[in-house]
Design a protein. Sequence first.
Length: 105
Amino acid sequence: MIFVIDDSNGTANPGEMSAIDAFNDKLKANGQWIFAWGLHGPEAAMVIDNRGGADISSEGSLFNGEENFSGFWLIETTDKETAQKLAFEASKACNRKVEFRPLHG
């Protein structure tokens, strides 16, 4: 999974969107695409804890930093090295930092 890290709630500019679309097309052509999407800003988040039926919720993100996750790609590769290479390409395409994190299993 590749998370896009942003320090604003702004959307990508037209040049960034073109680069993101080209990157998405490459992933699809190579059979590495599973899913990708943008996220609303942290002000739209809600933290929910219903462990043991606690029924607790709080408005806003769990984390209160300037940076937040603004989107993600869920990709499929045969090895970690390829996934990391794609994470570097994703960062370049969206013109933002990304966090790469392998899935369990």
